[in-house]
Design a protein around this ligand. Structure first.
Ligand code: SCA
Length: 347
């Protein structure tokens, strides 16, 4: 059985192994044990109430209960830009027009902004290679929306994700080579690692503060602005299906796009419903396709959990849940649980 639950200290080895095989550019998940340990600690402080929930870091593990291993991770940062300045470039247009000369020139231009300050960021989405395909990525990505729905008082109305931008196998980012590197003499991987250690705003402050005309950048850099890394296409696809759209902002290092949605418009949240639990004695049907399953979550903050059920489990007055799934969710008969689509609409 696969269950989403808060990330714990003993997930560190699994998390480190996944981060090590993920390649470059996953800024928030570098293969750095000390840093990952610090993140787990911050997330534990958040779930256990030692940190303001409105400023917390919520990290979730996808646990394969038969392997007793964490096989995926996803996260929510309740607010960005609280303790450091959060930078993006806004992709705008500069128009120069001269009627006398008959010239009308439109030049795409990057402006440095702090527009996402105070917004809620989802990120850190990573699934072990062994568990990709078959809907596990959908559970990992979309289960966060059940949490956001349940505890919306702690989050901003606007939810966004910075998608991983283009870099090659050797870790070279065409935008960084053309821009960042000119002002901060370091390769992209090293700069990315420094950002992960909390130095992103420090690096950003050394980068050009004036607008940048794209026509002055090489084609290789222009082509990747607003584009995602190949391995990130499924992540983008899942968010677009939830109603997230490109908001005109890009990452200042690799040019990856920022996508955003208002919380109340996110598809999972719009379609989620509550039902009381009815215990049933039925096989678990672990191998159903994503279209035949729905997500089910408990309503607990500290011990939030999400699993999946066959869609026929939802009845008008109740949801029928086999005992082992009730135990994994930590719910009893009669408790209300939240249900939402995994792939196709509930009804
Ligand atoms: C992103 C995940 C977790 C997704 O898991 P899976 O690969 O198992 O996904 P999946 O279930 O096979 O596919 C999910 C959906 O994407 C679609 N899909 C699959 N391949 C695609 C492609 N090449 N182009 C476009 N869409 C594609 C599938 O049809 C499916 O949608 P349908 O079911 O509708 O057909 C994984 O690929 C991964 O760990 N990638 C490497 C790490 C990474 O790049 N993470 C994102 C970083 S950016 C970030 O973290 C911010 C974003 C965020 O947090 O959400």
């Amino acid at each position: 059985m696969l269950i989403i639950r808060p990330l714990q200290e003993n997930d560190l080895d699994d998390l480190h192994n996944m981060a090590a095989s993920a390649g470059n550019g996953l800024t928030t998940l570098p293969p750095d044990r000390q840093l990952l340990e610090g993140k787990i600690r911050k997330a534990r402080d958040t779930f256990e109430g030692r940190c303001q929930p409105d400023a917390g870091l919520y990290l979730f593990a996808l646990e394969d209960t038969s392997l007793k291993r964490c096989v995926g991770i996803s996260g929510i940062q309740a607010r960005v830009g609280l303790n450091e300045v959060f930078y993006n470039y806004r992709l705008s247009i500069t128009v120069r027009d001269s009627r006398e000369l008959g010239v009308h020139v439109r030049t795409p231009t990057l402006y440095l902004t702090n527009d996402m300050t105070d917004s809620t960021e989802i990120g850190s989405l990573l699934l072990a290679e062994s568990h990709r395909g078959g809907g596990n990525g959908l559970v990992l990505s979309r289960s966060r929306f059940l949490f956001l729905d349940e505890f919306r008082q702690h989050f901003s109305d606007k939810i966004f994700a910075e998608m991983r931008g283009v870099s090659d196998e050797a870790g070279q980012s065409p935008l960084w080579e053309a821009l960042g590197r000119r002002f901060f003499d370091m390769d992209y991987v090293a700069a990315d690692r420094l950002s992960a250690r909390g130095n992103k705003s420090f690096i950003a402050e050394l980068m050009p503060q004036f607008p940048i005309y794209l026509s002055l950048l090489p084609d290789s850099a222009r082509e990747v602005i607003g584009e995602v890394h190949t391995n990130t296409r499924p992540a983008l696809n899942m968010l677009q299906a939830e109603g997230f759209n490109f908001n005109g902002l890009v990452d200042i290092f690799d040019g990856g796009p920022v996508v955003e949605a208002f919380l109340h418009n996110i598809r999972t949240i719009r379609q989620s419903i509550l039902r009381p639990v009815k215990r049933v004695d039925r096989p678990l049907l672990d191998n159903l396709s994503a279209s035949d399953r729905v997500m089910v979550s408990n309503r607990a903050f500290e011990d939030f959990r999400v699993g999946t059920l066959p869609r026929q489990a939802i009845r008008d007055e109740e949801v029928q849940i086999p005992g082992p799934i009730m135990e994994a969710l930590g719910v009893s008969e009669g408790d209300q649980v939240r249900l939402a689509p995994l792939k196709d609409p509930l009804f």
